[in-house]
Design a protein around this ligand. Structure first.
Ligand code: C2E
Ligand code: CA
Ligand code: CA
Ligand code: CA
Length: 278
């Protein structure tokens, strides 16, 4: 038994070392891909539940490596976040998303773009400057840019987060709270930070038809958000039944495979949801 335990420890150590090496290799490959233009953004439409109008689209990173193939964003973003690569990746995303959304303005004035900001990016003092620079270079109006921040990223350095959010709001840039319901932020805290609204995490939307607790929670989030003047996006809407339930509960905006999968920037301006849904 003792011998087994010893072997087990060796296996565990080997496993850890292998995982660390794999992460380093991924980081290196991602760095090269970023330089070679193998990293791209797709956009998923965000639709108003009352009218079916497309009001914006969320930018989502896509990495296609010639040998590895398609790598999942959750995987490679975690790798980038554990190094300084997230700074370069973040700069790329902001610049590209503003550039793409500026091109939509001609045929779809006011159409917004949502950009995910990682916790590490929020801790950088130059985030506001970087955002301003991307807006200036692209010509995108500030009101057409929404930043999506997660609850946990607001908790690392509360003072810096509050300061950054205020600076963004003063510049007319909207901030939304992503993955809402998975953390612990009270809505009052968010109201003080002048967040525009919250995105109900897809894990809740997935179960609203089958789990009364998830429906109750989603419905409470919507009611409370409205009571403090914030709006609500439900993400991960996959069925007509979910859409209708969210509408009955007063949700403002929806996003999910039922409406559209993420698509290339060039397809966004012409996209309309299936009319039967609204
Ligand atoms: P997220 O911000 O919660 O983005 C929503 C995720 O849900 C996306 O996954 C999207 O493709 C997926 N999704 C949308 N509708 C549906 C649906 O109806 N059903 C299902 N099953 N999934 C749906 P994706 O593209 O794999 O991105 C995963 C995560 O990676 C994102 O979660 C976000 O946290 C992160 N991410 C993606 N792009 C960026 C980026 O540019 N910067 C940063 N910092 N993070 C990013
Ligand atoms: Ca998001
Ligand atoms: Ca989410
Ligand atoms: Ca559940």
């Amino acid at each position: 038994a003792k011998l087994e335990g010893k072997n087990g420890l060796f296996f565990y150590r080997d496993h850890l070392r292998a995982a660390a090496e794999e992460n380093l290799r991924l980081e290196q490959l991602l760095r090269e891909s970023l330089e070679r233009g193998e990293v791209d953004l797709n956009y998923q439409p965000i639709v108003a539940l009352d009218s079916g109008r497309v009001v914006g689209a969320e930018a989502l990173l896509r990495w296609h490596h010639p040998e590895l193939g398609q790598v999942e964003p959750d995987r490679f973003i975690a790798v980038a976040e554990s190094s300084t690569l997230i700074d370069e990746l973040g700069r790329f995303v902001l610049a590209r998303a503003c550039h793409d959304a500026a091109a939509w303005q001609e045929s779809c004035p006011g159409l917004r773009v949502g950009v995910n900001i990682s916790g590490r990016q929020l801790l950088r003092r130059d985030l506001v400057h970087l955002v301003e620079q991307s807006l200036a270079e692209s010509g995108l109006p500030a009101a057409c840019l929404s930043l999506e921040l997660t609850e946990s990223s607001l908790l690392h350095d509360r003072d810096l987060a509050a300061e950054t959010l205020l600076a963004l709001r003063q510049r007319d840039i909207n901030v939304w709270l992503d993955d809402f319901g998975t953390g612990f932020s009270g809505l009052n805290h968010l109201r003080q930070l002048r967040v525009s609204g919250v995105k109900i995490d897809r894990s809740f939307v997935a179960d609203i038809l089958s789990d009364p607790d998830d429906l109750a929670l989603s419905s409470a989030i919507i009611a409370m958000a409205h009571s403090v003047g914030m709006r609500v996006i439900a993400e991960g809407v996959e069925s007509r039944e979910q859409l209708e339930l969210l509408r009955d509960n007063g949700c403002d905006l929806v996003q999910g495979f039922l409406l559209a999968r993420p698509m290339p920037a060039a397809e966004i301006a012409a996209f309309r949801p299936e009319p039967g849904l609204f």
